[in-house]
Structure formats: structure tokens, C-alpha cells
Design a protein around this ligand. Structure first.
Ligand code: GLA
Length: 388
């Protein structure tokens, strides 16, 4: 985690010398359940020990925000009443959360903020959700009397993506960042929003992320197209079954998907096929975890990778290569994590194979792409909170 004193020293230097309160929110991993959140399915995320840390303080103005992104050495001032909002993409997360909080009735006024992060950007670990929930946590404390619920904080983060950042994302990332708990994964039913903490300490195994360092950018990306494909399939199924209730692919069966196969076209069919399979895999993983059957968990992870690569088409050459290396090294499970189009693979590895896997992956990847993948050992940490 980022050192509080580091953030504080910048906050003091860039503003009026006064200190504020410090908040932090994590990025996330996801064991399984990819692209299921906006399809009303299940996800299995956990918060990580890396995230965003921000110092914030009301500055006494009606609506002027003074913001400093420490890592980028970039300062942006803007007014909350400006309907266009700031241009800098990082500042739009601050603007978006503040606007969403105002919609919730929180009397957000002008404030100063400086923040830094150690969650890698564009690696599929939800650096943007970490920002949103960190800023939400701060605004809730400073202007909201901490009356905004955890769910409303997560939803304000998601609305920020939709309304100010151009990503029509689901709720998984913001949920994980707000609700995370050290040592636990969480199984969330994205339709009912019920969730359960799952202590995750796989005896004899560890989780490690390999970052391809291929840039992952969801805004304006085919991410939204994937979502549209899924929604299109649901529309066709609903039209065939006026008696039924079809909101998302969660409500659709394999048979119903087959019925509309010809009319929706190959691409949309493949997308929906992946989602229905993934829905089943998350439940299989839950059973396997309850039985301590990590080999089964791993098998599902490989299946997910295959589906994400071939049917959902959100992989890339580098990620497929990392997946191949994992198989060669007899890693228990490996797959793309997060939205895709670059970023990391998540790997469930037996302790005795770990060293060889990492060394082999570094060597082979370097030989092919001229640089090593970055390695992040997963430590499952706590969700959004005030530090001081
Ligand atoms: C991104 C989105 C999430 C989710 C994942 C894929 O991280 O923000 O809502 O859809 O992709 O599982």
C-alpha cells in the first residue's frame, strides 16, 4: 500500500499547507466469473493489497475542486457546476463521483484532493474502480456524514464509468473494491446483489498474476460491443417467449440460445455461449472450493480462458501465450483476468511448481516479446476505508 506520509507531503505542498483525511481503496482479482456481472450472473472477486490512496479536505469554496494526481504530476482544477467536467481522464473519476453523490442528495462542495496508487494501470486489476471507491469513501466521510451505504458507493462508481468515462461496465469491480475483506474472496450474485465471503487459503497452492504489460483500455473499446451482443441475444429470446421474463442472459437457457442461433448471427451467438458456460463454471467452482478440490477449480479456469479467447474474443496473442506456458508448466489453473484486451493472467499454482513456472514464463515471454511479464503475488486485502 502507498505510504500515507508520501501522499500527505504532496497534499501539503500542492495546496495550502493544511492536512486532510486519508482514504484508501483496493484493486481486485477475480478467480472466475468473467463478463457475467452485466449478464446478471455470478462473480468471484477479492480485493488486493494494492490500490489508491487519497488525502482530501473541504476547501471552503462552493464548488471548486483542486486535484493533484501525484503519480502523473498533473494538477487540474475544475468546478462541479461545469456541465462538461474536466478533460483529463483521471480527473473525470473525481468529477463523476462528486456528481453522482450530489444526485444522491449529498451536499458536496469544493474540496482539495491529492492521490497516488500502486495498483498497476490497465492491468485488469481495476485501478479505475479503486479510484472511484476511494473518492466515494472520502466524499461520504467529508460531506455525507458517512450515510451513503456501501452499495450506493459501489453503484456511484459504476455510474461514473457509464456517465462520465464511456465504459458500460458491470458492478463487480466497484463491489470488490468497497466490500473487500482480507483473506476472503466474495461470491456475488449480480442480479440479487446477495453475496457471501469465502475464506480463501488454498493449502499447498498460491495465486499469482502475470502481467503481459499489453495495455488494457476499456473506454471506447469492444467491451461495450460485447455487452451489446449479449443484450441483443436476450432481446431475441424474449421476443420468442412473450410469456417469460428475460432481463439478462442469466434468465436464458442453452435451449433458448439454440433457438435464436440463426437469427442473432455467429458472433452474438458465440458471445452468449461463453456467458452461459461461464455462469455454470462459477457454480462448479463454488462446489469445488467447498470440497477443497483445487484441481477442479483449475480445470474451470482453463475452460474460461478458452471461452474468453475463442468465443468472447477478448484475449490477445500475449495472453494466450502466457496461458500456454502455464499449461506446459503444469500449473493447476490459468486464465485471462478482468475485461481482457491485454492485462494479466491469473494463475493457481502448486507451491512446488511456482518457482519453475515463474522462471519459465519470464524466459519464454522475454524471448518472444522482448520483455518479461510482471509478476504479482496475490494478497487478498481489505476494502475501502479511512486511514487517518
Ligand atoms: C471489467 C468491468 C467489470 C467486468 C469485467 C469482466 O473489469 O469493469 O464490470 O465486466 O471487466 O468480468
Amino acid at each position: 500500500m502507498i505510504d500515507i506520509e508520501f501522499v500527505r507531503s504532496r497534499f501539503i505542498k500542492h495546496f495550502d499547507g493544511k492536512t486532510g483525511n486519508v482514504y484508501t481503496s483496493p484493486g481486485r482479482i477475480n478467480l472466475i466469473g468473467e463478463h457475467t456481472d452485466y449478464n446478471g450472473g455470478f462473480v468471484f472477486p477479492g480485493a488486493v493489497d494494492k490500490g489508491i490512496t487519497a488525502e482530501m479536505r473541504a476547501n471552503g469554496t462552493e464548488d471548486t475542486v483542486m486535484a493533484y494526481a501525484i503519480d502523473l504530476k498533473d494538477r487540474v482544477d475544475f468546478k462541479l457546476s461545469d456541465p462538461a467536467g474536466p478533460k483529463a481522464s483521471w480527473a473525470r473519476y473525481i468529477y463523476g463521483i462528486a456528481k453522482e453523490f450530489q444526485k444522491l442528495g449529498v451536499p458536496v462542495k469544493g474540496f482539495n484532493i491529492a492521490f497516488a496508487g500502486d495498483v498497476p494501470l490497465g492491468a485488469g486489476m481495476s485501478s479505475s474502480a479503486a479510484m472511484e471507491s476511494c473518492f466515494a469513501c472520502g466524499l461520504n466521510d467529508i460531506f455525507g456524514d458517512n450515510k451513503v451505504s456501501q452499495w450506493d458507493m459501489a453503484l456511484a462508481g459504476q455510474a461514473t464509468e457509464h456517465n462520465y468515462c464511456g465504459v458500460n461496465c458491470g458492478i463487480m469491480d466497484q463491489f470488490a473494491s468497497v466490500f473487500g475483506k482480507a483473506g476472503c474472496l466474495m461470491r456475488l450474485d449480480c442480479r440479487s446483489r446477495e453475496f457471501e465471503y469465502f475464506p480463501f487459503k488454498p493449502d499447498g497452492y498460491r495465486l499469482v498474476l502475470l502481467d503481459s504489460v499489453v495495455k488494457h483500455q476499456l473506454a471506447g473499446s469492444p467491451y461495450n460491443d460485447r455487452r451489446n451482443s449479449c443484450e441483443n441475444v436476450v432481446k431475441h429470446i424474449a421476443a420468442k417467449h412473450p410469456e417469460g421474463q428475460f432481463e439478462t442472459l442469466r434468465d436464458c437457457t442453452w435451449e433458448q440460445l439454440e433457438e435464436v442461433k440463426d437469427e442473432v448471427g455467429t458472433e452474438d451467438y458465440m458471445r452468449a455461449k461463453f456467458v452461459l458456460g461461464e455462469k455454470d463454471r462459477v457454480l462448479a467452482v463454488c462446489d469445488a472450493l467447498n470440497e477443497g478440490d483445487y484441481e477442479k477449480v483449475g480445470e474451470m479456469m482453463y475452460k474460461t480462458h478458452e471461452g474468453l479467447s475463442k468465443d468472447y474474443e477478448v484475449s490477445c496473442e500475449e495472453l494466450d501465450y502466457l496461458n500456454d506456458i502455464a499449461r506446459e508448466c503444469e500449473v493447476t489453473g490459468s486464465r485471462i483476468m478482468g475485461g481482457g484486451f491485454g492485462g494479466c493472467t491469473i494463475n493457481l499454482v502448486r507451491n512446488d511448481l511456482y518457482k519453475n513456472f515463474i522462471a519459465t514464463a519470464k524466459k519464454k515471454f522475454n524471448e518472444k516479446y522482448g520483455h518479461e511479464p510482471k509478476v504479482y503475488d496475490v494478497v487478498i486485502g481489505d476494502g475501502s476505508r479511512r486511514l487517518c
